[in-house]
Design a protein around this ligand. Structure first.
Ligand SMILES: Nc1nc2c(ncn2[C@@H]2O[C@H](COP(=O)(O)OP(=O)(O)O)[C@@H](O)[C@H]2O)c(=O)[nH]1
Ligand SMILES: [Mg+2]
Length: 173
């Protein structure tokens, strides 16, 4: 069975755009103007692994926390999937982590899966703001600034580096 790398984040965080940037295939994952539409898993086959597009969380149910069904799906996938090698967790660089982001962080920690944390839409901020937001988000998550990778699917910033990190995660046992 081919290894898998899963991508997850809040609806509209830029997940489909990132999948397209990473693969260099524009129409691969549908970029949506209507957030929260995709409710199933999409698998994208690359030569040596699958990229798994997990449904985005926390749009329609932002105030109620994660729906039980959704939570179960994600928790089950994270804990039981033997071919899962790592998770790419997306956060919008402009925003403090939401309640749902923090709830997902708990699920991720409980699963013990290696994670790459990326900050999307970096092009929307200037250099200084990128640094200060990276610092603020790191603090909110209890992570180091260095462990957060700013990316931009529009400008291509950080995409090659993320691709390398993903390849390393796929290769790791
Ligand atoms: N400026 C900018 N906009 C982005 C970027 N990535 C995604 N977007 C926009 O954010 C919206 C949601 O993107 P999408 O990839 O569909 O997010 P998803 O719901 O997480 O799959 C769309 O309008 C995208 O054009 C980025 O790196 N920079
Ligand atoms: Mg999407």
């Amino acid at each position: 069975m081919l290894p898998e790398i899963a991508f997850i984040g809040r609806s509209n965080v830029g997940k489909s755009s990132l999948l397209n940037s990473l693969t260099g295939r524009k129409g691969l994952a549908r970029v949506s103007g209507t957030p929260g539409k995709t409710q199933h898993m999409n698998m994208f086959r690359l030569p040596t692994f699958y990229m798994v597009d997990l449904p985005g969380y926390g749009f329609a149910h932002a105030n109620k926390g994660m729906r039980a069904g959704y939570r179960k799906l994600v928790e089950g996938y994270l804990t039981k999937r033997s071919q899962l090698r790592g998770v790419v967790w997306l956060l919008d660089i402009r925003h403090e982590p939401s309640k749902d982001d923090l709830a997902f962080q708990d699920l991720l920690a409980e699963s013990g899966r290696p994670a790459l944390v990326v900050l999307t839409k970096a092009d929307k901020l200037g250099r200084q703001q990128q640094r200060s937001q990276t610092r603020a988000i790191a603090k909110a998550l209890g992570l180091t600034e260095e462990s957060l990778q700013p990316v931009s699917s529009v400008e291509g910033m950080g995409i090659a580096e993320l691709g390398d990190s993903i390849k390393a995660a796929v290769a790791a046992e």
